[in-house]
Design a protein around this ligand. Structure first.
Ligand SMILES: [Zn+2]
Ligand SMILES: [Zn+2]
Length: 139
């Protein structure tokens, strides 16, 4: 995301534009992989932005509440990525996030509905993304 995009996004949500917030969003949106809090801190410190972990944690919560970023927990570690439209696939091995095409997203939604029918219970996909292995990691 460009600086102007980030500023507009934050403004649009009624959020104050702070150095930490901007830096955080820039790093998360730039990264092809989901990042945990420690990795975010490392990336920020390279830019001379040095919030402590609890600040980063608080900021990610704010951004998540405002639907700007999404998180998931793998192996007990919370990881953050930018929220995009449609489904994404999240590689459990290298953490890479791959957006899925609208047609794939639709197929998954349909499959979900079929499974719900078949099992007569509902699958909750709160984060709208899939876990698995990317091409690189599965080969
Ligand atoms: Zn995930
Ligand atoms: Zn992978």
């Amino acid at each position: 995301m460009k600086v102007t995009e980030i500023n507009n996004l934050l403004k649009g949500k009624g959020l104050k534009i702070t150095k930490v917030r901007k830096g955080l969003l820039s790093e998360i949106s730039k990264s092809p992989k989901a990042l945990d809090i420690g990795q975010i801190q490392k990336k920020l410190s390279k830019k001379n932005i040095t919030p402590n972990l609890s600040t980063i944690y608080r900021e990610t919560q704010t951004l998540e509440k405002n639907n700007i970023i999404a998180s998931c927990e793998i192996f007990g570690k919370k990881e953050y990525r930018v929220k995009v439209k449609g489904e994404v696939a999240h590689c459990l091995s290298c953490n890479k996030i791959t957006p899925l095409s609208p047609s794939t997203t639709k197929k998954i939604k349909n499959l979900d509905l079929q499974l719900n029918d078949a099992r007569s219970f509902s699958i909750f996909q709160e984060n709208s993304h899939l876990h698995g292995l990317c091409n690189k990691c599965s080969s």
